[in-house]
Design a binder for this molecule. Structure first.
Ligand code: PLP
Length: 394
């Protein structure tokens, strides 16, 4: 028999120190149970609109099964450029300022790995998407969380940002609308943040994956559209959430040519290119699916209104998120930690939510509920949660 593999010898130090995602651990428990209503996974419940699927099928029929250019299909890059101009007033040249990636996940990783050196600090706002802190660390830099708070509807306050800046700060990772809080930043908030970035010569990684999912008439503004910001921003965006295309794995990064060139080097050696037929599907999504997105958005807004009303009525305070498909209620009235709340809710009522701790220590005291689930299911989940809260507080 071979001796067991020695992880102390074979697993790299910088990987050993990265914690596993709290969401993944939790969902291994969920998967071992039956009849659970899941408000856990951050994924649209819609199947990808038919015309997008049809574009992928058509691409396969036509035999588009080879590699594409490293930067992505030229036609897709033209379409991305037109889409960003039309929706957000951004101007990026398809030939040299846009890179198509395998989801926003890869685009973010490329941006971090292509720009950061050991000793650099990157500020990000917390509670935040689970991958930010580990991705910054895996790129060799130091993640610096800055807290956002429920009383500000989880906006990033400029005084908190200023307090996080040191001589080693190289970049700000900005993600609005925000997973898991549903917070948004509007033009005035962004202008104040942009001023700090210019003053301290910071790069901005702007993860705008939820840009289409905004409610109450809010217009998403990209920080790259503000004066002085285009030259210091990497816009990260993709099709996963807005077009219900999580499994297609298409994202993109837009930035000045030297940054795209640097990201391209990492991308071409690690990944080569995004999947050919998924890129064809993305062309259809970005060109022709405004109507489908509007219908999903309207439906999410109805579900959000329902869930927010129910949570507040059962004594778990939360603001009505103006973006994403997440609501982030305060569970401290139950006296439970976010982990105990989520575990006990799962065990006694078979409803899965994500403990706020999974989104950083600043997420403690909250849980994330995803409302990208049918209204019937949401109704049942809220009834069960209400019972759980009543029993816990009794
Ligand atoms: N960024 C944020 C804020 C997310 O919430 C997610 C997925 O949940 C991603 C990026 C990853 O997106 P993709 O599926 O495009 O890799």
């Amino acid at each position: 028999m071979n001796p067991a593999l020695d992880p102390a010898r074979f697993v790299a130090e910088h990987v050993k120190n990265i914690p596993r995602s709290g969401i993944r651990d939790f969902f291994e428990i969920v998967q071992s149970m039956s009849d659970v209503i899941s408000l856990g996974i951050g994924e649209p419940d819609y199947v990808t609109p038919w015309r997008i699927r049809e574009a992928a099928i058509f691409a396969l029929e036509k035999g588009r099964t080879g590699y594409t250019s490293n930067l992505g299909l030229p036609r897709l890059r033209q379409v991305i450029s037109r889409y960003l101009e039309r929706r957000y007033g951004l101007g990026y040249r398809p030939e040299a300022e846009i890179l198509v990636s395998v989801g926003v996940s890869e685009a973010l990783d490329l941006a971090l790995r292509a720009t950061l050196n050991p000793g650099d600090e990157v500020i990000y706002h917390e509670p935040s998407y689970v991958s930010y802190s580990p991705s910054i660390a895996l790129a060799g830099a130091t993640p610096v969380p800055v807290q956002t708070r429920a009383e500000d509807e989880f906006r990033l306050r400029v005084d908190a940002l200023r307090a996080g800046v040191t001589p080693r700060t190289k970049a700000l990772l900005l993600s609005f609308p925000t997973n898991p809080t549903g917070g948004v930043l509007e033009r005035d908030d962004l202008a104040a943040i942009a001023e700090v970035c210019c003053e301290h010569d910071l790069l901005v990684f702007a993860d705008e994956i939820y840009c289409e999912l905004v409610y109450d008439g809010v217009q998403h503004v990209s920080i790259a559209s503000l004066p002085g910001m285009r030259e210091r921003t990497v816009v990260l965006n993709g099709c996963s959430k807005s077009y219900a295309m999580t499994g297609f794995r298409v994202g993109y990064a837009c930035a000045p040519t030297p940054l795209i060139e640097a990201m391209m080097k990492v991308h071409q050696y690690a990944i080569m290119c995004a999947t050919n037929m998924s890129q064809e599907a993305a062309i259809e999504a970005l060109e022709n699916c405004d109507r489908e997105v509007a219908a999903m958005r309207a439906d999410y807004e109805r579900r959000r209104n329902y869930v927010v009303d129910r949570l507040n009525a059962m004594g778990l305070p939360c603001h009505a998120p103006k973006g994403t498909f997440y609501v982030f209620p305060d569970i401290t009235p139950t006296g439970l930690s976010s982990r105990d709340f989520s575990l006990q809710l799962l065990k006694t009522q078979k409803v899965a939510v994500v403990p706020g701790m999974a989104f950083g220590t600043n997420g403690e005291g909250f849980v994330r509920c995803c409302f990208a689930t049918g209204l019937e299911q949401l109704r049942e989940a809220m009834d069960r949660m209400e019972k759980f809260v009543r029993d816990t507080r009794a």
